[in-house]
Unconditional design. Structure first.
Length: 130
């Protein structure tokens, strides 16, 4: 199971996000916020839409990760955000159970610290690691 970082914030105005042409899901704001904060050498792609939200790819130490973002909107504007990380692995790695995403994965640690360090994000939690 891939990890998700959950948190609540009023920082993003989701009404200003571009329309997701596949499904009316929010998430673009969080990916843009991240792109402004990740080091240039991580080469994070522009956000793109998916039926479950928005995603971008990031290169980390020779590996590619998909960074997904989605918002569970609330009427009071304190939306729950979910940031998911998927580590791309070869077929051989998947079959042999190699290079799995673990809690100490450097890319996961980086994004978790970035999210946890933002004062406007509350109730930060990591879910989904097996």
């Amino acid at each position: 199971m891939e990890p998700d970082i959950h948190f609540h914030t009023r920082l993003f105005d989701v009404s200003l996000e571009p329309e997701n042409p596949i499904n009316p899901m929010r998430g673009h704001s969080l990916l843009e916020w991240l792109r402004e904060r990740v080091p240039a050498q991580l080469d994070m792609t522009d956000p793109d839409a998916e039926d479950w939200g928005w995603y971008a790819h990031v290169n980390w130490e020779g590996r590619t990760y998909m960074v997904g973002a989605a918002a569970n909107e609330s009427e009071d504007g304190n939306h729950e955000w979910v940031l998911s990380l998927t580590k791309h692995r070869s077929l051989k790695e998947r079959v042999l159970g190699k290079a799995r995403m673990l809690g100490d994965d450097p890319c996961l640690v980086f994004f978790r610290r970035l999210i946890a360090g933002e004062p406007d994000f509350q109730q930060v939690s990591l879910q989904g690691l097996s």
